[in-house]
Design a protein around this ligand. Sequence first.
Ligand code: DX5
Ligand code: ZN
Length: 208
Amino acid sequence: MLVSASFLSSNNPPEDLKKLNETDVDYIHVDIMDGKFVKNKTMPFSEMKNIYKFTDKRLDVHLMVEQPEKYIPLYAELNTEYITFHLETEDNIEENINLIKKYGIKAGLAIKPNTEVKELLPYLPLLDLILVMSVEPGMGGQKFIEETTKKLEELRELLKEYNIDAVINVDGGINSETKSKCNLSDIIVAGSYIVNADNFQERIDSLR
Ligand code: DX5
Ligand code: ZN
């Protein structure tokens, strides 16, 4: 299992990013919130971009924003492997996927807990990654929503049926207990479970 570490719940992002750099974590998951798509707001790019001086890891960017097209060119400048935005943004989905790809970056689409997997269908052939939210987007430290397992099963079936080789990412409330409910995913995102511990590597090992 690949592990992507979110530092949203970190009290000291530069320090924790340095610590994560010493682990074998696969990606740094970057949660971006605009105060519109979700209530909370993360720091502006001008500040955020400095944070990535503290890590050499590839970034897995999760845009929880209303207008992904404003953020894609900025985050494309960093050491970014994936940029994922939400299907619930509704407008210009295909254009935004193509914009990400134009920068040579892999494109992902995320769905909130109440969005059905089949709504992804029109976009599946264009995607490199699908992110299934296992909590409501907006903050770290929430409880894993059990129905996620069923959605992962449906999504796995759909990818098989249409012969799509996009990876599945699952995000929210994941720890050593809930990870067994995410076996059908390729990547799991974990935030508070990792950054609230003293030994990051031990926590990462327990998620693999
Ligand atoms: C939630 C974010 C998640 C979150 C994960 O809106 O998208 O990435 O930070 O944090 P934990 O693992 O604490 O749920
Ligand atoms: Zn996230």
